[in-house]
Ligand binder design. Sequence first.
Ligand SMILES: [Zn+2]
Length: 254
Amino acid sequence: MIYETHTHFDDKAFDIDRDEAIREAMAAGVTRFVNVGASLEGSIRSMELADKYPEFLAAVGVHPEECASLSEADIGLLEEYAERENVVAIGEIGLDYYWDKPERDIQKKWFAAQIALARKVKLPVIIHSREAAQDTYDILKAEKADETGGILHCFSYGCEMAKQFLDMGFYIGVGGVVTFKNAKKLKEVVGYLPLDRIVTETDSPYMAPVPMRGKRNTSAYLPYIVKQIADIKGVSVEEVEKVTYDNAVRLFGK
Ligand SMILES: [Zn+2]
């Protein structure tokens, strides 16, 4: 049993074979999926998937790259969505200074607003943070995200930053990058993290693990990620599956 904490099966990359791809992932041993919204439309599509499949849960939120046109009314909409039974997190939200668009002040404003929403509706947050470690940490701290908890998804920082987020009560999302030969830093971080603070994810359709690197990613490839974590930690695949599954259940409540 593998828990997929971050997938985008609503993405247009799955328009041709969505149901089949989901069935394949289930056949590969994935029994629970959090489909993560990256925009308002993506949040709606995530809820639709959660309505259709009992194995699916939804996260609703707006990704930093999509936040330029957000309004207070949109935050109100997210609040309505968040009240639904199968919505388990606010995300993905955060800061992306790699693409660096829209401008940082706008990203920060809507990141903070969505953390405040998470606190209000008492849901954890799923964080996208790229080349923005310190600002991410500072805003989470200022907005009291230690009260919501959540996941630093697709973690790309070092052990020192990881420790700070662990101290705030967060889980670290580990995906396909951990299988890349040149992913020295992430392998080190996985070695450092206690297993009971790691959650597994693909971020599909992006970031396919080795040996599928470069292809469309899907949750069916989660076993490659689990295997790599098991190798780094020197424990069995079953142990990684069980502990990371329990971690996700503890965080999302189901
Ligand atoms: Zn994502």
